[in-house]
Design a protein around this ligand. Structure first.
Ligand SMILES: Cc1ncc(COP(=O)(O)O)c(C=O)c1O
Length: 343
């Protein structure tokens, strides 16, 4: 049986062309700053986002955690949208690594308003924590890969900066946001003091993320990357995969978005599933299975038994993600499997 793996866009396997690019990379010791492929990638990505500097890190989690550490002092408070990866899926990293307090705020499809920030920022006072940083995520995974509108981001960013806050974006899938919205990466970049972006999700590289920001921020982040164990030596082999991914795999994300949309629409007639089509904006489809009378686990097992892999999402949801190892034929086959179970 041919398995169709819709669990995540992180499951992609490097193509022969990407492996070839990795094998022919020039490398050096990146902890000494001597890896030419890493240095070129850092310059390329900082230019894409209109920032002064960038730092290659092994993972999106490290990108977020090093950024939080770099922006804050122990005891600071960080405002974070309550469904954000950095709060839900990073195993309390900010509490452990940065000794900061996370203040969660419920967003609307991942977005917070300037009013919500206004209500949340602490006034100065010796008995209060200092609100230091705001973290957002674009695309927003737990809402189903929705794109945060750049107009709203600009408004919130202006407000937060006016309050003296720094603002960080978890941009693991910023490429998807840019392709879906037509907004340039540098326009997203200008809304944030730092961004963490990933090459190992929809872009199909095996490993690697990048922090971008101004030069002083990245110099300090380099110090914390070393403390967190993220200093890599001949990392150029990995940077070559990321460079290949940037050069070849951004525009094709539109195909993943079309496949996700097609898949969601093909399931709309199934009354046992609830899907909010307005949230299907990029490469994810979240569906609620409670009307099927089956548990989330039962549904996932049934689907897996027929060769279609998805992940659980919140209590009664399941999530499908399209990516470069999933073709239109694959989503058609997956749709037939759904129809055979939920008809
Ligand atoms: C939105 C978001 N941020 C950060 C991460 C963390 O990336 P990594 O798995 O590379 O640590 C993920 C992982 O899927 C993610 O979806």
């Amino acid at each position: 049986m041919n398995t169709i793996d819709l669990r995540s866009d992180t499951v992609t396997i490097p193509t022969p062309a990407m492996l070839q690019a990795m094998m022919s990379a020039s490398v050096g010791d990146d902890v000494y700053g001597e890896d030419p492929t890493v240095n070129a990638l850092q310059e390329k990505v900082s230019a894409l986002f209109g920032k002064e500097s960038a730092l290659f890190v092994p993972s999106g989690t490290m990108g977020n955690q090093v950024s939080i550490k770099t922006h804050t002092e122990p005891g600071d408070e960080v405002i974070v949208e309550e469904e954000a990866h950095v709060f839900v899926y990073e195993t309390a990293g900010p509490a452990i690594l940065s000794a900061v307090q996370l203040r969660t705020v419920r967003g609307t499809r991942g977005m917070l308003s300037a009013d919500q920030i206004r209500e949340t920022v602490r006034p100065p006072g010796y008995h209060l924590p200092r609100t230091r940083l705001l973290c957002l995520e674009n695309t927003h995974g737990r809402s189903g890969g929705v794109v945060l509108p750049v107009k709203d981001l600009r408004t919130v960013s202006d407000y937060a900066r006016g309050e003296g806050l720094k603002i960080h974006l978890d941009g693991a899938r910023i490429w998807n946001a840019s392709v879906a919205s037509g907004v340039a990466l540098r326009d997203y970049g200008s809304c944030f003091d730092s961004l963490s972006v990933c090459f190992s999700k929809g872009l199909g590289a095996p490993v690697g993320s990048m922090i971008v920001g101004d030069r002083a921020f990245i110099d300090r982040a380099r110090h914390f990357r070393k403390i967190f164990g993220g200093g890599m030596r001949q990392a150029g082999f990995l940077a070559a995969a990321a460079t290949y991914a940037l050069d070849h795999n951004i525009a094709r994300l539109a195909d993943d978005h079309k496949n996700a949309r097609w898949f969601a629409e093909s399931l709309m007639g199934l009354s046992q599933l609830e899907i909010d089509l307005d949230n299907v904006q990029t490469n994810m489809v979240i569906m609620d299975v409670k009307r099927s009378g089956r548990s989330q686990r039962e549904v996932l097992e049934l689907l897996a038994g027929k060769g279609v892999l998805l992940t659980p999402e919140r209590h009664s949801g399941i999530r499908a993600v399209t990516h470069l190892n999933v073709s239109r034929t694959d989503v058609e086959t997956a749709s037939k499997v759904f129809h055979s179970i939920f008809q």
